[in-house]
Design a protein around this ligand. Structure first.
Ligand SMILES: Cc1cc2nc3c(=O)[nH]c(=O)nc-3n(C[C@H](O)[C@H](O)[C@H](O)COP(=O)(O)O)c2cc1C
Length: 305
């Protein structure tokens, strides 16, 4: 029997598969399809302090080997997430989850952290720093090492849970950003978020997405994610949750070779609600074929060959 258990610091997962934030709702919706307790954990839909309606439609565009979304962090706000959504999830899921937090000011992040601190079902706070920092004129928190250091440090001062900083790939030097998060006290890194993308109608020349640009994800971004995870694994000592274009068990293995301790599945859930289940079921067979007995042994293996 292959041992699929992995650790994110003190959090032990029965397997490394975690649905990615924004692509699996609050989880309970998927319990109509299968017993979601087979998942390693779940990264909940991105949550902000106040409810958000999201961006105007159309906000999804299909692409070759991927998709563009500009959902715009639609969510019912932290109060309802805690008092309604997590309560519904608790009825069908017995493991700990990852709360994904977004904000438009440092204060918004801190208020969400304080609220999630009191939720026993939450084990990790995943901080999405790809949102625009309104005070800095709309520049994303995640693109400047100093802001990454500062926001991480402030969150760590009050957080009662492990803090994983989720990195944007829309930067020049991802290792520098990851290092800034580690220096600020981060307990781990989640990577990568979506790349910037756009599509235009061939007949009318109109943008397909209402906001013109959105976040590009799916199989096309896998090589970028792998290269970035490989670089960040070299730069930091804290664990990495890897994601970006993972569609099957082979992709999971590749991502762990690059340095991921666990793997999130995003766009694949938008194509097939059974994506995570299929991957969890095929992973032991693939590892047996590769003569791997313990999945932990493959974390960062590409760095030792
Ligand atoms: C429809 C959609 C919504 C998303 N919403 C969020 C979000 O709220 N917070 C976040 O951190 N990432 C969000 N993401 C990014 C994913 O969590 C993931 O980082 C990205 O899609 C790359 O993985 P993939 O190629 O497997 O989809 C979203 C992605 C998609 C496709």
């Amino acid at each position: 029997m292959v041992d699929l258990r992995v650790n994110l610091n003190k959090f032990e997962l029965s397997n490394p598969i975690i649905p990615a934030s924004g692509t699996f709702g609050f989880g309970y919706e998927f319990s109509e399809f299968y017993d979601i307790n087979i998942l390693g954990s779940i990264s909940l839909k991105g949550t902000t302090l106040n409810p958000r309606f999201g961006n105007p439609t159309p906000r999804i565009a299909e692409c070759e080997k991927g998709m563009i979304n500009s959902v715009g962090l639609q969510n019912p706000g932290v109060h309802r997430v805690i008092n309604e959504e997590i309560k519904k999830l608790k009825k069908v899921y017995s493991k700990k989850v990852i709360a994904n937090i977004s904000g438009f000011s440092v204060d918004e992040y801190l208020q969400c952290v304080e609220k999630f601190n009191e939720v026993s079902e939450v084990e990790i706070l995943e901080i999405n720093i790809s949102c625009p920092n309104v005070k800095d004129g709309g520049i994303s928190f995640g693109t400047c090492p100093d802001s990454v250091y500062n926001i991480t440090k402030k969150i760590k001062e009050i957080a009662k849970k492990d803090v994983f900083i989720k990195l944007s790939p829309n930067v020049t030097n991802i290792s520098e950003i990851a290092k800034a998060a580690e220096n600020g006290g981060a307990d781990g890194i989640s990577m990568i978020n979506t790349l910037i993308g756009a599509r235009f109608d061939i007949k009318t020349a109109k943008p397909i997405i209402h906001n013109i640009m959105g976040g590009f994800s799916g199989p096309a971004i896998k090589p970028i994610a792998l290269a970035m995870i490989y670089q960040v694994y070299k730069a930091v000592k804290i664990p990495i949750i890897g994601m970006g274009g993972v569609m099957n068990a082979k992709d999971v293995v590749e991502m762990m070779y690059a340095g991921a301790s666990a793997v999130q599945i995003g766009s694949a859930n938008c194509i097939n609600p059974y994506a995570c289940k299929n991957i969890i079921e095929s992973l032991p067979l693939l590892l047996e074929e590769l003569s791997i007995k313990n999945i932990k042994d493959i974390i960062g293996k590409a760095h030792n060959v």
